[in-house]
Design a protein around this ligand. Structure first.
Ligand code: FES
Length: 163
């Protein structure tokens, strides 16, 4: 079928010279996702830099274990997200990440989703900081009051009737 031949050509083009392939030693974050159905796993590294007060993606790289479509999409996606903030990169849709590969056949959509998943996993810590958990020993208000009372402090309680 012509459309598939076309796609195959575009995938092969991207495969012939995949961009940003390989581990990044000085990455700021890394994301890994796997698909248990096809056994493919994709890892993505991202490095940021400051740009006029904005934190943008300086470069991204990836490693994939065999799936040509995932490699082709990852190659395009890692180019596409350069210069974007984490939020902007996360706002990209799967089809946008696949870029010039064009619409993927249904059986190949999950390959692009794998790239998207790895990207989300790598970028997530940048957009949603880990919740700051309250220190376990945080004193309750009651503790503070009894400590204050025990140390001879004066506690003034509001008198509701005088309001
Ligand atoms: Fe599963 Fe491409 S075949 S990621």
């Amino acid at each position: 079928m012509a459309m598939n031949d076309d796609l195959q050509k575009r995938i092969q083009q991207a495969m012939a010279d995949p961009k940003n392939l390989g581990e990044m030693a000085d990455a700021d974050s890394v994301g890994t996702v796997g698909n248990s159905d096809c056994g493919e796993m994709l890892r993505m590294w991202v490095k940021f830099r400051e740009d006029g007060g904005r934190k943008i993606i300086d470069k991204a790289s990836f490693q994939s274990f065999g799936c040509e479509t995932a490699i082709a999409v990852a190659s395009l996606a890692t180019e596409l997200i350069r210069g974007k903030t984490a939020e902007e990169a996360l706002a990209l849709k799967t089809e946008e990440l696949a870029g010039e590969l064009g619409p993927l056949p249904p059986m190949k959509i999950h390959c692009a989703q794998l790239v998207e998943g790895a990207l989300r996993s790598a970028l997530a810590p940048q957009t949603a900081p880990a919740p700051v958990s309250a220190p376990k020993s945080a004193p309750t208000l009651l503790d503070s009051i009894s400590n204050l009372a025990a140390s001879g402090g004066k506690i003034t309680f509001l008198d509701e009737t005088s309001a």
